[in-house]
Design a protein around this ligand. Structure first.
Ligand code: TYM
Length: 329
């Protein structure tokens, strides 16, 4: 049996090059080495209020983007999390083995809850549901960006705690970060992570931004007061632009240095912008083709769910058995 991989993206807002370089590009690369499941985590999205029509359309848009980036639905299962009941079922069982203190310490919970007037219980339980996503399929490898590292550690802790209370049940998953692009920073402020929820117009390049918009955003990116690229002392903005370039082109460190050392920032930005435009163009073209026929997406989401539901059900049954819960099978 092939080792299983699972990862997920929230269907909230526009996917940006941080999501692509931190996660999706890596998924496409490794998908055939594993049995792969890629999840549109709509149950995570509703931890903050979502307009129902927008959420439904974001789910379809995200599935189309997965395909456009190169996920092969014949091999990999693309699922909407809420279409597989096991995610929520297992999450409840994990809620009951997770100490509250573990959840209150999560940095993403702290950051998100500071921004809300009232905090829904779901926001606190968010990482428990994420542990359920992964452990439901006994996934060994979880390809994500750097910001998910703490959630993955918690997933391992939950699995370990369950195993020690109820007997060996869950595989402990490993985090797989990309070599370059694990943490893409905001173009307007390279000290903060590029994020879907940031509001600044020049903050993020969206995967579906037209070439002119991509160029404009990158030409306006924050750099520093040095005249050109100096590999010995790079400011955060220049480092971010170089990382973006390297992650798109997959150039070696030597190639990067040979090409960019001493280059003036205006030329650096032009070169980076062209690499991003070239990298996104085929994705945008495929996206247009795929969305021309909406039945493609509904079929892919159905096929994916039907393929994984038996795996999910088997884990839920095993977990219930271990805990002494009741089952009709
Ligand atoms: P989400 O939707 O915030 O992000 C999706 C993926 O994109 C990565 N990412 C980045 N990588 C590099 N630079 C950035 N600036 C950047 N911003 C985001 C994220 O690390 C992620 O890999 N909690 C998850 C979704 C989730 C999940 C899971 C992931 C739910 N269940 C199970 C893995 C396994 C999240 O909010 O991702």
């Amino acid at each position: 049996m092939k080792v299983r991989v699972l990862s997920g993206v929230q269907p909230t807002g526009n996917l940006h090059i941080g999501n692509y370089l931190g996660a999706l590009k890596n998924w496409v690369k490794i998908q055939y080495d594993y049995e792969s499941i890629f999840c549109i985590v709509d149950l995570h999205a509703i931890t903050v209020y979502q307009n129902p029509q927008e959420l439904r359309s974001n789910i379809h848009q995200l599935a189309a983007l997965f395909l456009a980036c190169g996920i092969d639905p014949k091999h990999s299962s693309i699922i909407a999390q809420s279409s597989v009941p096991g995610h929520a079922e297992l999450a409840w069982m994990f809620t009951c083995v997770t100490p509250l203190g573990w959840l209150e310490r999560m940095t993403q919970f702290k950051a998100k809850s500071e921004a809300q007037e009232t905090i829904g219980d779901g926001l606190l339980q968010y990482p428990v549901l994420m542990a359920a996503d992964i452990l439901l399929y006994q996934a060994k490898i979880v390809p994500v960006g750097d910001d998910q590292r703490q959630h993955l550690e918690l997933t391992r802790d939950i699995a370990q705690r369950f195993n020690s209370q109820y007997g060996e049940t869950f595989v402990l998953p490993e985090t797989k970060l990309p070599l370059v692009g694990a943490r893409v920073m905001g173009l307007d402020d390279p000290t903060t992570k590029m994020s879907k929820s940031a509001t600044g117009a020049g903050h993020a390049v969206a995967l579906l931004d037209p070439p002119a918009v991509i160029r404009k955003k990158i030409m306006r990116a924050t750099t520093d007061s040095q005249p050109g690229v100096n590999f010995e002392s790079k400011g955060a903005g220049v480092e971010n632009l170089l990382n973006i370039h390297q992650a798109f082109t997959e150039w070696t460190d030597d190639q990067m240095r040979a090409h960019f050392e001493g280059m003036r920032y205006g030329d650096l930005k032009k070169t980076v912008a062209e690499a991003v435009v070239d990298g996104l163009m085929p994705i945008q073209q495929r996206y247009q083709e795929i969305t021309a026929d909406p039945s493609i997406i509904t079929a892919v989401l159905k096929e994916g769910a039907l393929r994984v539901i038996p795996i999910a059900q088997a884990t839920v049954e095993l977990t219930k058995q271990r805990m002494g819960l009741y089952s009709l099978v």
